[in-house]
Design a protein around this ligand. Structure first.
Ligand code: PLP
Length: 286
């Protein structure tokens, strides 16, 4: 069965799904995106992801390409046409196609691309069993990373650097030595007292949808969450560390810059969050 993608008003075979060379997403990274997890045939936390997409569009004064109701139908249709039971759906809205000019095009129409693909859930389950390693890198992104734009070159380079160091994620660190977030995830620790700590979602990080759901999961498990800054040093001495994102849920971190966290194995708190996540998250059939 060929993959089907949605591009500017039509469902096309993935291999033939193109955008124009003067699409502003291509030329200026003038585009925003979302990634939703698909699990057991459900799109996870779709409302939260589309709310955040709306916020990103508003911040950049970009128009929705269609009504939200129609948008939701397209997203679900792409998942359905690709028969994705477990995997992800990717949504990208750009300011559209216009002759190259820095200024917003007058009366331009934003463009929409939606793709979906299957991911074997055993891959993430295996990663969660082993835990992942992270490295730390100095923050070098612009200060509006609360907007989910496709301008991800620093993230690409940081994650390549992590890979070269035998790690799977890079944590951006601010000038004071505090952890911000990962290249494609939020960063968390668990203190010796069992308190979850993650950085406040000010303009310095992306307000992860998974992060928000994990607050509810933690409350349900009777766990306390503190939104505060934490340093690389505090993270290295923590009882547990983990990352969160739509595609990884809560994923244990077992080493930071080569130093093992606690006994170097995934912690019980993150595994219990991971276990309970799907009971709490919003689930919309595709
Ligand atoms: N931070 C960054 C930089 C990200 O790219 C992502 C996800 O892609 C996240 C955090 C986690 O966000 P979410 O939980 O909504 O996937």
């Amino acid at each position: 069965m060929p993959r089907i993608s949605y591009v500017n008003g039509r469902y096309a075979p993935h291999a033939d799904a193109y955008v124009h060379i003067e699409d502003r997403g291509y030329q200026f990274a003038d585009a925003v995106y979302e990634v939703c997890e698909v699990a057991k045939g459900y799109i996870v936390d779709m409302a939260g992801h589309l709310d955040r997409l709306g916020r990103s569009l508003d911040e950049l004064r970009m128009a929705w390409p269609m009504s939200r109701a129609a948008f939701e139908i397209v997203v679900r249709e792409v998942v359905r046409r690709n028969r994705v039971m477990n995997g992800l759906v990717y949504i990208q809205v750009s300011r559209g196609v216009a002759p190259r000019d820095f200024l917003f095009p007058a009366g331009g129409r934003s463009s929409l691309v939606v793709t979906a693909r299957k991911v074997n859930p055993a891959i993430n389950a295996g990663k969660a069993e082993a835990g992942i390693k992270v490295i730390t890198v100095p923050e070098n992104r612009w200060d509006r990373v609360d907007i989910k734009t496709v301008g991800l070159l620093p993230n690409v380079l940081a994650k390549e650097q992590a890979k070269a160091a035998g790690a799977q994620e890079a944590w951006f660190v601010d000038a004071d030595g505090n952890v911000k977030e990962g290249g494609s995830s939020n960063a968390w620790i668990v203190t010796k007292d069992g308190v979850l700590v993650t950085r406040p979602a000010d303009h310095g990080i992306l307000r992860g949808i998974t992060r928000t759901t994990l607050f509810k999961v933690a409350a349900g498990l009777g766990l306390k969450v503190e939104e505060r800054y934490f340093s690389v040093q505090e993270a290295k001495e923590a009882r547990e560390a983990f990352i969160s994102s739509a595609t990884t849920i809560a994923m244990p971190v077992v080493a930071i810059d080569g130093a093992p966290i606690a006994n170097g194995h995934p912690g019980s708190v993150v595994l219990s969050l991971r276990q309970a996540f799907f009971d709490v998250a919003e689930k919309r059939p595709a």
